[in-house]
Design a protein around this ligand. Structure first.
Ligand code: PLP
Length: 480
């Protein structure tokens, strides 16, 4: 005989399986589900277990009953579209940054296996990818064991730089392998760029909001951040930037031109070109971060600002952390006219990036494995971002706003005005969920009612976590 607890598990398990099929499009919105009798026969479950599962899915808003017709996948989200957040309006004065305590707390969350990870922008690392990379690493250690133990002094492994230069053509860029320097992830590339062009106290213009890793590096270097209004769809405001340049001695500008973290914004080509031309007129270097440029949901890889650079002022950086593996710690920088300075800094501060991961990534790119992998994850991330957006719209209250990224895997969510995201973060931790509160994306504590969510590994547990978060937001919104 089935015990009550295993019976509970059976219907939950079945509803999870059905929810997964719905999310992955086996049953698209509006589609009829198998009847209760069919589902019971197909799955060897009792009628009452199927009924219980269907009624759970109904309560979750995933399906709806049509009298005398059956159960259908819900189309409800389509008529309840949350608006996008508006262009940000940061303070007009440059500011020093002090965010490291909160950022370190968030970092520690990422290694806590008990939490649903909606905070850090971790990619979804699946076994299909890891098996491929592990096989490549095993082959390299068998075939060229000794070479893999040598330094790869700046600019780094030539075979990898050749591959990166070839791919840059898709982003509209003619790069030679000698234009590229291999780094230890995107973080080191940002660090080297800022180090090469700024000294403590200088002002750097950044987007608002900005990726908190960038803010941390500005904090370490004692640089002042000048936050520029930024639109969640097409990026930094050039009018506001021009005004800022006319009124402040700006030493460098930093943008994430494609699929900004956290906004998901994508600067159109004309805007990229206009930005490069504006900075060229003022002789200001542009540090362009393109770590998610390859994770596009549309037909074509977007271009980079670097494609319009004729003066060597654009320092283009990227990393294989979002699309292959953050643990391999490989990124790169095309530093334009600052190349010799950057190479010297790289050699002095870290000598070389690890050789084996450079070899493995070069081989993955050369063999075509990367292209195949990217075709798959672009599809997966597009679907997961959509599912996460649908879940937020289903469970969060009116007054919420939401971005519409066309690449990457993060969502930027504006909560009702009176909801403090740090309070939500504390509540969420108690409920075994971590998220990124808006505070860490600004030098001046803007975005107190925003959160960033990671949709990369969206699954049933994520959906449930979003449901619980939605309840918490409703509670906080109603309290004050
Ligand atoms: C925009 C952006 N730049 C850089 C990084 C850091 O990249 P890496 O892990 O390669 O150092 C991240 C990681 O979250 C990021 O989102």
């Amino acid at each position: 005989m089935t015990s009550p607890s295993s019976k509970t598990l059976l219907y939950q398990e079945f509803s999870e399986r059905m929810a997964d099929l719905i999310r992955h499009g086996t049953y698209p919105p509006g589609e009829r589900l198998p009847s209760v009798r069919q589902a019971s026969q197909q799955n060897g479950l009792s009628i009452s277990t199927v009924l219980q599962a269907y009624s759970l899915l109904e309560r979750q808003g995933l399906i709806e009953v049509r009298p005398q017709s059956g159960y259908y996948v819900s189309t409800r989200t389509d008529d309840r579209l949350f608006p996008e957040p508006e262009t940000s309006s940061p303070q007009r004065d440059p500011s020093l940054i002090s965010l490291h305590e909160l950022v370190m707390r968030l970092m520690k969350d990422t290694s806590n296996p008990d939490l649903v990870q909606l905070g850090a922008a971790l990619p979804n690392i699946d076994s299909q990818l890891t098996q491929k990379i592990n096989r490549i690493i095993a082959n390299i250690t068998r075939q060229q064991g000794e070479d893999a133990h040598q330094y790869q002094f700046p600019p780094g492994l030539e075979a990898l730089r050749v591959q990166i230069a070839r791919r840059a053509v898709n982003a509209g860029c003619n790069l030679f392998p000698s234009d590229i320097l291999i780094t230890s992830g995107g973080v080191e590339a940002i660090d080297l760029s800022l180090h090469a062009v700024c000294k403590p106290g200088d002002i750097v213009a950044i987007e608002s909001p900005s990726y908190f890793g960038t803010l941390q590096i500005l904090e370490v270097h004692g640089l002042r951040a000048l936050e520029i209004p930024t639109h969640p769809r097409d990026g930094i405001s050039l009018d506001a930037l021009e005004f800022a340049i006319e009124h402040n001695p700006i030493r460098a500008v930093m943008v994430i031109s494609n699929f900004n973290n956290p906004l998901g914004s994508l600067m159109p080509d004309e805007k990229k070109e206009a930005l490069v031309n504006l900075l060229a007129r003022h002789d200001i270097p542009l540090i362009e971060n393109d770590v998610s440029g390859e994770i596009y949901f549309g037909e074509k890889r977007p271009t980079v600002c670097k494609a319009f650079d004729t003066k060597g002022l654009v320092m283009l950086l990227s990393s294989f952390s979002k699309d292959i593996s953050p643990g391999l710690r490989i990124g790169w920088l095309a530093p334009g006219r600052y190349r010799s300075e950057v190479e010297w800094l790289k050699f002095t501060l870290s000598a070389s990036s690890p050789t084996l991961p450079q070899m493995a990534i070069a081989e993955f790119l050369e063999s075509g494995g990367y292209d195949q992998h990217m075709r798959r994850i672009r599809r997966d991330y597009a679907r997961n971002v959509k599912l996460m957006s649908d879940a937020v719209m289903r469970y969060f209250p009116e007054g919420t706003r939401l971005t519409r990224p066309s690449g990457g895997f993060v969502l930027w969510v504006q909560l009702p005005e009176n909801v403090d995201s740090l309070e939500l973060y504390s509540l969420a931790l108690k409920g075994k969920i971590t998220l990124a509160p808006g505070h860490v994306f600004s030098a001046t504590y803007q975005f107190s009612n925003f959160i960033r969510l990671n949709a990369a590994a969206f699954d049933y547990a994520t959906e449930r976590a979003i449901e619980r978060l939605g309840d918490m937001v409703v509670e906080l919104a109603g309290r004050k």
